[in-house]
Design a protein around this ligand. Sequence first.
Ligand code: MRU
Length: 357
Amino acid sequence: MNILKYETVSLDENEKALLILDQTKLPAQVNILHLTEIHDIHNAIYTLQVRGAPAIGIAAAFGLYLEALKIDAQDSPSFLAKLRQAKDYLNSARPTAVNLSWALNRMYNSVNVSMSIPEIREILRLEALAIKSEDTETCRRIGEYGLTLIHDGDGILTHCNAGQLATSKYGTALAPIHLGRERGMNFHVYCDETRPLLQGARLSAFELMADGVDTTLICDNMAAQVMKEGRVRAVFVGCDRAASNGDCCNKIGTSGLAVIAKHYGIPFYVFCPVSTVDMNIKTGSEIVIEQRKPEEITEMWYSKRMAPDNVNVYNPAFDVTDHELITGIVTEYGIALPPFTESLKTITNANQAHCLR
Ligand code: MRU
């Protein structure tokens, strides 16, 4: 089955529903959820039925539009007040990936009180569709830049899933691999399993194999050995929020990989659309790290509990890789190199110039 033929997230305009490929069921089952209620959309984001920074932004944008179709109000100011509540509610589903608030703010800021309610609804529909289609183009461009960093046949190590399942198409860190495949290239990708939710095993390995990529699954604690054996030309990872100094927050375990890669002299690249760069924060220490349930570590995936009852569990879902460990940040406007404070400023300004055109 080719999972790449399915849309990660889309809008069914006839049914007025958000369609989500339920990632909690992969790889065993391909199940498309049809969601119409804001609470179900919030829950889908919280439970990772849809996940990955760009994908949750797109899902929330469609969710806000669908909610706008239901809001009952006499005039535009009271309509917008209710829209704002819906935006804040969706934004509360997950705290770390900035794309969620970025997409919701973009939606909300696209409308104003001078518009009629039908006009507001139509603008929100168009904006949500634009967020999705721009994401595809962004990922393709990120993939083009990423391809300049590797050669046919290279071994690449990746963590979590920053592929098509985390975006509208191609992915970010996996975009060069998929684009390379379109051009007849072959890479050998090592997928970290990615404890505790196994996005590497369940999603990246599945997605890459569907594209015919030579894929090898490893446990997270095997990465150092694989790097030491000389199997890895570069590490490619995604990003949930980058600070203006280049500190990058991504799935828990990413930062450890960067430390190991530095030890073995292996380039470590973060793939990050400009929408994931948060220029409002100076360093990664300002990023709120999502904490998740202990059961994800102690019970989930096991047929019986694998830890003592009442053991203390710490389960941060993300970590921050210090900018000193990052070789480059690959965006749709080019590859930012150290010092990131300067290069990210140039790249985000290029984005603003592009948006104004
Ligand atoms: O908890 P998840 O599965 O949503 O975490 C996803 C990641 O950490 C990805 O690497 C990140 O969102 C980049 S997606 C292009």
